[in-house]
Design a protein around this ligand. Structure first.
Ligand SMILES: Cc1cc2nc3c(=O)[nH]c(=O)nc-3n(C[C@H](O)[C@H](O)[C@H](O)COP(=O)(O)OP(=O)(O)OC[C@H]3O[C@@H](n4cnc5c(N)ncnc54)[C@H](O)[C@@H]3O)c2cc1C
Length: 516
C-alpha cells in the first residue's frame, strides 16, 4: 500500500482533540501518520484520497466544534456518514473528514408515526429498529448507505412509484452550518434549505432528520432468471412492460454478461394480482425462463430479494434471520481494504446487539456510468440491443453489471431531486477496474463507447447518488437538472464560502456552463 507522507497540522489536531468529548478520543482521530489511515480514508467504492485528519464523532454535540476547528484553522470539513460516495468524495484530499457513522440512534415517536434519526444511521440499522414496531422507512436497498448522504441525493427505493423518493418522507432536518450554528429546516422553517438538502447535495452538516414512518402491507414478489442467449429478448420485453404497470409494482432488471434477472415487489397485492400483470408481459414465454411468484410476503422478505438471500418468501421468522445477515449492520461495516492495515474498530456492535450480525459490506473498485432514461426520449429497440449485445461480449473477468430500475413515479416531487416527473428508468452500468492492463483497457473502452452511444439517444440526465468523476457532460445539469440556479442561490445563502464542497457540488455562484 502506497502511503503518502503528509505532515499533521498541529493546530488542527489540537482543536479536534478538544472538540471530541467523552471516551476514546485518541482512537477516534486518524492522521496520515497512523497505519490505519489508508483504511480510514477508504469507503465502499475504492478511490484513494488523502484527508488531513479523520475524526470519528460519537455525539452530535461534537459536530459544531469540529466544524469550527476546520474554519478557524483553514480546513474545509467533509461530512461522512455511510462512506458510500461513488468517488469517495466523503474523504476528500486535504480536508477534515468528520465521520458520524457511530452516531446512529433511531428514536420513534410515541404514536409511532415519525422517527428522529441520527444522520449516521445506516438504512439497515433504521429498518431493524423500525421493524420492531411493525414500521419501516420509505428508503433504498443497500443496508450500509447512511441517512446523511442519502438525503442529499434523493433516495430511490422499491416503493417509490407510489410513495415517491425517500426525501419526500422527511419532515425536518437538523443541520450545522458552516458558521457552526445549528438550524432546523422543514416546510415552515428555512424552507429553501429544507428543499435543497433533500436531493440537492450538501448545504450544511446534517446531524439528524425526522422522518415519517410507514407501515407497508404484505406483498407479492416476483423473481425471474433468464439465460445468456435470451438476455436481449428478456430485456426488451421487460422494458416494454414494467414501467407501464400499476405504480404499486416496483421492479428492477439486473443484466450481467451471462444472464439477466428480474426482481419485482407488488406492494400490498396477491399472487393472483401479480400473476395477472406478469402474464401479458410475454416474459413467462421467454425460452428457459425460471421464475417464482410468491405472496403474503413480509417487508423483510421483500427486502431480502435485493440481497439475493432468497427467491421465494418464507415464514417471517426465517426471513428475519436472513434479513439480519444483511441488515443488522455495525458502524464500521466494510470488508478490509486489500493490503491495508485494518481500521481500528472501536464499536462493532450491531444495532440489534443480541441478534445475528450482518456480514461486512464488500468494498468495490469499479468504473461506473449512470443515466436516467427520460419520458421525453424513449428508448428504442436498437439501443437495448446495443447494450445487451456489447455487454455480452465482454470478458467475464470484468464482471459487467447493469441495474435497470423502473421509475415512472406517480407522485410529484417535494424536493430538489430533479428527475421525479421525467424519469422512466435508471440505468447504472459497471465493470470492475482490473489490475490487468489489457482487461482494464477493454473495460474502459466499453464504458467510453457506451457513453458516446447512449448520450445522443437517451440524453444526459444522471443520478447524484452515483457520481462519476469522468462524466462527459456538464455535471451540474446532469445531476441537478433545472434546479441548478435555485440550488446555487440556496448555497449562497447558507454556505457562501462553499465550506462544504466537492468537485461537483453546487457552488454559491452560477456554475460553469449553466445559464440562470
Ligand atoms: C453499494 C451502494 C448501493 C447504493 N444503493 C442505493 C439505492 O438503493 N438507492 C439510492 O438512492 N442510492 C443508492 N446508493 C447511492 C447512495 O445513496 C449515495 O452514494 C449516498 O450519497 C451515500 O450516502 P452515505 O452517507 O452512505 O455516503 P458518504 O460517502 O458518507 O456521503 C456521500 C456524500 O454526502 C455527503 N454527506 C455525507 N453525510 C452527510 C451529512 N451528514 N450531511 C451533509 N452531507 C453529507 C458527503 O460529504 C458526500 O459528498 C448506493 C451506493 C452504493 C455504494
Amino acid at each position: 500500500m502506497q502511503l503518502r507522507s503528509v505532515s499533521v497540522d498541529s493546530a488542527l489536531l489540537n482543536c479536534v482533540k478538544r472538540a471530541l468529548i467523552g471516551k476514546d478520543v485518541d482512537s477516534r482521530i486518524v492522521t496520515p501518520s497512523n497505519d490505519t489511515y489508508y483504511a480510514a480514508s477508504s469507503g465502499a467504492v475504492l478511490f484513494t484520497e488523502y484527508p488531513a485528519i479523520i475524526a470519528y464523532a460519537t455525539s452530535i454535540n461534537e459536530i459544531s466544534p469540529l466544524v469550527q476547528c476546520g474554519s478557524t484553522t483553514g480546513y474545509k470539513v467533509t461530512p461522512r456518514s455511510g462512506g458510500h460516495h461513488f468517488q469517495n468524495w466523503s474523504a476528500l484530499n486535504g480536508t477534515l473528514v468528520v465521520d458520524i457513522s457511530h452516531i446512529n440512534y433511531v428514536n420513534i415517536s410515541e404514536d409511532l408515526s415519525t422517527a428522529t434519526i441520527a444522520a449516521g444511521a445506516k438504512l439497515g440499522q433504521i429498518y431493524e429498529i423500525l421493524d420492531q414496531t411493525g414500521h419501516t422507512m420509505i428508503a433504498g436497498i443497500c443496508p450500509t448507505v447512511a441517512l446523511g448522504g442519502y438525503l442529499g441525493v434523493g433516495g430511490y427505493n422499491m416503493q417509490m412509484r407510489v410513495e415517491g423518493m425517500a426525501v419526500d418522507h422527511i419532515r425536518s432536518i437538523k443541520t450545522v452550518l458552516a458558521n457552526g450554528s445549528t438550524v432546523t429546516a422543514s416546510a415552515s422553517e428555512n424552507p429553501d434549505l429544507f428543499w435543497a438538502s433533500r436531493g440537492g447535495g450538501t448545504y450544511g452538516f446534517t446531524v439528524e432528520a425526522t422522518i415519517e414512518t410507514a407501515v407497508l402491507p404484505r406483498s407479492a414478489m416476483l423473481w425471474m432468471n433468464f439465460t445468456g442467449p435470451t438476455r436481449t429478448e428478456a430485456t426488451q420485453k421487460y422494458l416494454d412492460w414494467a414501467s407501464h404497470q400499476d405504480p404499486h409494482f416496483n421492479s428492477q432488471l439486473n443484466l450481467y454478461g451471462g444472464y439477466a434477472g428480474v426482481v419485482g415487489w407488488y406492494l400490498g397485492k396477491t399472487v393472483e394480482e401479480l400473476t395477472a400483470i406478469v402474464k401479458p408481459s410475454g416474459l413467462l414465454d421467454v425460452p428457459g425462463v425460471n421464475y417464482t411468484i410468491t405472496g403474503n410476503c413480509s417487508t423483510e422478505n421483500s427486502r431480502n430479494y435485493w440481497q439475493y438471500t432468497q427467491t421465494t418468501c418464507t415464514d417471517d421468522a426465517t426471513a428475519h434471520e436472513a434479513f439480519n445477515t444483511e441488515y443488522n449492520v455495525v458502524p464500521d461495516d466494510f470488508t478490509p481494504v486489500p493490503g491495508a492495515v485494518a481500521q481500528y474498530g472501536f464499536d462493532d456492535v450491531p444495532i440489534l446487539p443480541n441478534q445475528t450480525k450482518a456480514k461486512p459490506w464488500n468494498r468495490v473498485s469499479i468504473i461506473n456510468k449512470t443515466y436516467f432514461v427520460t419520458k421525453s426520449k424513449p428508448l428504442d429497440q436498437e439501443t437495448i440491443e446495443y447494450i445487451v449485445e456489447k455487454s455480452g461480449a465482454l470478458p467475464a473477468e470484468l464482471s459487467f453489471w447493469t441495474e435497470m430500475t423502473i421509475f415512472n413515479i406517480s407522485v410529484p416531487a417535494t424536493s430538489a431531486f430533479p428527475w421525479q416527473e421525467e424519469a422512466q428508468y435508471l440505468f447504472r452500468f459497471e465493470v470492475v477496474r482490473s489490475t490487468n492492463a489489457t482487461l482494464q483497457a477493454i473495460g474502459q473502452k466499453f464504458m467510453d463507447d457506451l457513453d458516446a452511444y447512449l448520450i445522443p439517444r437517451i440524453g444526459s440526465a444522471s443520478y447524484a447518488g452515483y457520481v462519476d468523476a469522468d462524466i462527459s457532460v456538464n455535471p451540474y445539469a446532469a445531476y441537478w437538472g433545472d434546479n441548478v440556479c435555485r440550488l446555487s442561490s440556496v448555497k449562497e445563502q447558507y454556505d457562501p464560502t462553499s465550506f462544504f464542497s466537492n468537485p461537483f457540488s453546487i457552488p454559491p455562484t452560477k456554475p460553469e456552463g449553466i445559464s440562470c
